[in-house]
Design a protein around this ligand. Structure first.
Ligand code: 5RP
Length: 247
């Protein structure tokens, strides 16, 4: 075996382990939180795919009557593909639960979200839910934000304002911002709301509640990927096959 093959095998092993961990967390959350006659907010990302799989399985097996409100185009497609009942905030403005992934979860259950660019609708839906639950693998678990997720806090901005917003954030809070580009590099990522995303690489030791409020006051900012005092619980799938709960 060459060293390169070892590296490739190790990466494959690690990726499989992370997928298994996502599934464990997602299944645990759906099994513990979902009940008959609920309105459920469906988050976005790769971990939530397992949650929707499990939700659809339970709906089929237990003949549950649940209604799903999506947080993104991806979530909407997942709901439809699984034959679940699709709704929206016009019809269901109060949700029983919302389940979503996260890019990082600190010891206080403060989250960074928006790795997939869906932070605004995710925050709106979570804000309408009586209970907001996070599902994640062990790589998202951290003591303080920034230890695990290195890409910074996603901030959704009105396109014409991305330069002044960027300047104001850096002047006030330090760090640097990067306009998120499409994989092709042909242009910026455009969100479900037709906006841009700035990824703010911050300096450590911020007061997240204050930072979140202050950034939201900047004209042109639509929403931040900081979720402060929103989640009541996080499920982490662990490397050893267990699930850890943080309340
Ligand atoms: C999308 C999100 C996702 O929930 C977050 O990026 C986690 O995704 P994944 O489950 O793929 O790790 O906030 O905007």
């Amino acid at each position: 075996f060459s060293a390169l093959k070892h590296v490739r095998l190790f990466r494959l092993f690690a990726a499989n382990m992370a997928e298994e961990a996502k599934k464990l967390a997602a299944y645990a959350a759906v099994d513990n939180y979902v009940q008959n006659n609920q309105v459920i907010g469906v988050g976005s990302g790769s971990t939530i795919v397992y949650a929707v799989d499990r939700l659809a399985e339970r709906v089929r097996q237990e003949k549950l009557n649940v209604v799903c409100v999506p947080t993104s185009f991806q979530a909407r497609q997942l709901i439809l593909q699984h034959g679940l009942t699709l709704s929206d905030l016009d019809r269901h403005s109060e949700l029983d639960i919302a389940i979503d992934g996260a890019d990082e979860v600190d010891s206080e259950l403060t989250l960074i979200k928006g790795g997939g660019g869906c932070l605004t609708q995710e925050k709106i839906v979570a804000g309408c839910a009586k209970r907001f639950v996070v599902v994640a693998d062990y790589r998202k678990d951290s003591k303080a934000l920034g230890q695990q997720w290195k890409k910074g806090v996603p901030i959704e901005v009105i396109p014409m304002a991305y330069v002044p917003v960027s300047r104001m954030i850096v002047r006030r809070f330090g760090g640097e911002t990067v306009l998120r580009m499409a994989v092709s590099k042909a242009g910026p990522v455009v969100t479900d709301n037709s906006n841009f995303i700035l990824d703010w690489k911050f300096e450590h030791g911020q007061n997240w509640k204050e930072v979140n409020t202050a950034i939201k006051m900047i004209p042109g900012v639509v929403e931040t990927g900081l979720f402060v005092n929103m989640a009541e619980r996080a499920y982490f799938g662990m490397e050893d096959g267990s699930v850890q709960i943080r309340d």
